[in-house]
Design a binder for this molecule. Structure first.
Ligand code: ZN
Ligand code: ZN
Length: 343
């Protein structure tokens, strides 16, 4: 029987369609990236640093100069930014319509100097450096008090929105809180007030006891298919101990996170033959003053719990999903987890 499942954190429902249950091989294989630029013209290649805007952050060899080769991770402003830090920050309205100047940051994290390396075949060290760069750069951007949220994400494969062949992630910093995050704060607070516990701490504890949706588990992190997975083979990588802010992550924790993500991504890649997917970080925003609601961030450190979310792009969504924000998932998360666990 089909089943509607409630995602408490996002306050949304999904339809788990067991009738039409799809196994891994029922999904059409996505084609390889055809648009394979050659290395010489690739702006993300070592030696081609002049082809990008000047770097704002890098992890590089001790004696190397900025904007020269010998880097491991390089962060640069996007050449065609969705938002720009040099725009004035103003709020205004046009009759009934509100506007804010196009202020913000849009940056590209070149997470490897290797043209042929992608997240599905990253080494542990590649993950460690990539997560370290995310942490450090987010901290720097949050010093700008007009920034309310930094969204970190990675698009893997063309169908997931990747436009340049060379592996990269992106950071978009915005002067508002995204609805998803404000909903999560609201929902997690409601749960905390009722039970005096963190919603995701409880969820992780329950999932570890149950075991049916667990994919992988190490010292500090667990990987599982959420109960109300909206997408087939979706999974979450989350700290087992309560932690609200990704930018607080220690180097030891980054090591453990990298092990968990590497294991999960290589399982996904083996099972579904390198599918396109999006990776997104969800973390607590920094505390900002909200004059209309001075207690908005009260106890944020107790209620929010950060995690990485992975959305394989196996299914195509259309009118129903856009119209209702209900997703139909033809692979129950228990089955998805079993397949991934057993890879
Ligand atoms: Zn390249
Ligand atoms: Zn927690």
């Amino acid at each position: 029987m089909p089943e509607l499942r409630y995602n408490r954190l996002n306050d949304t429902w999904v339809i788990i369609s067991k009738e039409r249950a799809k196994r891994p091989h029922d999904y059409p294989l996505k084609t390889e990236d055809k648009k394979k630029e050659n290395k010489e013209n690739c702006p993300f290649e070592p030696g081609n640093e002049h082809m990008t805007p000047p770097e704002v952050y890098a992890i590089r060899e001790p004696e190397s100069e900025p904007n020269s080769p010998n880097w491991r991770v390089r962060i640069i402003p996007n050449k065609f930014p969705a938002l720009r830090p040099d725009q004035t920050f103003y709020k205004t309205s046009e009759a009934i319509y509100d506007k804010i100047g196009g202020f913000g940051y849009h940056e590209v994290v070149i997470d490897t100097p290797d043209h042929e390396k992608h997240i599905n075949n990253f080494d542990l060290e590649d993950f460690i450096l990539m997560f370290t760069a995310y942490r450090d750069r987010m901290k720097q951007i949050y010093e700008d008090k007009n920034i309310y949220y930094v969204q970190v994400f990675k698009n893997h494969g063309r169908e997931a929105g990747k436009s340049l062949y060379h592996s990269h992630s992106q950071l978009i910093a915005i002067p508002r809180l995204p609805k998803r995050i404000s909903t999560q704060i609201k929902q997690a607070r409601k749960y905390y007030i009722e039970r005096e516990r963190c919603l995701l701490c409880d969820e992780v504890k329950y999932e570890l006891e149950e075991g049916v949706r667990i994919i992988h588990d190490n010292d500090f992190f667990t990987v599982y298919s959420p109960f109300a997975s909206a997408l087939p083979f979706e999974f979450r990588v989350i700290p087992k101990e309560h932690s609200h802010d990704f930018t607080d992550i220690s180097d030891d924790m980054i090591y453990s996170l990298s092990e968990a993500v590497k294991t999960a991504v290589s399982k996904l890649s083996k099972l579904l033959k390198n599918p396109p997917f999006n990776m997104m970080l969800h973390t607590s925003p920094p505390i900002r003053e909200i004059p209309s609601d001075p207690n908005y961030f009260y106890q944020i450190d107790k209620i929010f719990h950060w995690y990485f979310e992975f959305f394989p792009r196996m299914a195509i969504h259309a009118g129903f999903e856009l119209g209702t924000e209900y997703f139909i998932n033809p692979t129950p998360p228990e089955e998805a987890a079993k397949y991934l666990r057993e890879v």
